[in-house]
Design a protein around this ligand. Structure first.
Ligand code: CTP
Ligand code: CA
Length: 229
């Protein structure tokens, strides 16, 4: 008895997904990061693989198993994630679900732990990390045909997400409310709004992150239909 065959609308497509946080080392034991479990990004990679795509998942540090059928590249910092994304291209579809740390310590971390010396903390100067989504979406050559970004907002979610889609140059933004009441971060469920380039908004009911991933992959397949028979 064979399992029912799933539809494979992304057969033959190359899909790149970023997921998880990035860690920006201050010293060997301390780092700066954004909050992210990687659950939503990993679920998208798995759903895309189940839809037949050849998936490369570029993941920051997460406590999740590698999704089955997906090529996983593990990175730590935003700059490593940027380099891994460049190396994984070309791809027809790119989904940037990672919670990339916006800043890193300006001075490179050494292998020596910074010690408290009783005179209070030293100031921490920051440098801005490369914006991976914006860099790839604004590329004139080798831009994936469909570029999907995420927006994590605590307030004025739609307003901020609309501004973000224009600024980042992506084709679609998946916006989620990460305010405390949302309890999205680290949780099993997500409630998202899909925002199109024309400013259109589609709000999806709260669902398991795996279900949100399957719906998103189905939408991506509609927006980027496979060529061929
Ligand atoms: N992103 C990225 N590289 C960065 C920062 C963000 O690729 N250095 C991507 C994220 O993966 C996400 C989108 O950009 O798909 C939006 O991330 P978000 O943190 O919501 O937006 P920012 O532009 O960083 O703005 P802010 O944090 O100030 O809201
Ligand atoms: Ca950010």
């Amino acid at each position: 008895r064979s399992a029912p065959t799933r539809p494979r609308p992304l057969e033959g497509r190359r899909v790149l997904v970023t997921s998880g946080p990035t860690h920006e080392p201050i010293d060997p034991v301390r780092y700066l990061a954004n909050r992210s479990s990687g659950r939503q990004g990993h679920a998208i990679a798995e759903a895309a693989a189940q839809a037949g795509a050849a998936v490369t998942l570029i993941s920051g540090p997460v406590a999740l198993p590698d999704p089955p059928g997906v090529a996983v590249v593990r990175v730590e910092t935003a700059r490593e994630m940027m380099a891994a994304v460049e190396a994984a291209l070309p791809a027809e579809i790119a989904v940037f679900a990672a919670a990339v740390a916006d800043w890193r310590p300006e001075t490179e971390a050494t292998d020596k732990k910074i010690k408290k010396d009783g005179s209070g903390p030293a100031p921490l100067a920051l440098a801005e990390n490369p914006d991976i989504l914006s860099t790839i979406a604004h590329r004139s050559e080798g831009r994936p045909g469909l570029v999907v970004g995420f927006a994590a907002e605590t307030d004025s979610v739609l307003e901020h997400a609309r501004a973000k889609i224009a600024r980042k140059g992506c084709d679609l933004i998946v916006a989620n409310d990460v305010s405390a009441e949302g309890a999205v971060m680290g949780g099993a469920e997500n409630a998202v709004h899909l925002i199109g380039r024309d400013g259109s908004v589609e709000s999806w009911p709260r669902a398991a992150k795996e279900e949100v991933a399957r719906r998103l992959v189905a939408r991506i397949a509609e927006l980027h239909p496979a060529v061929g028979p």
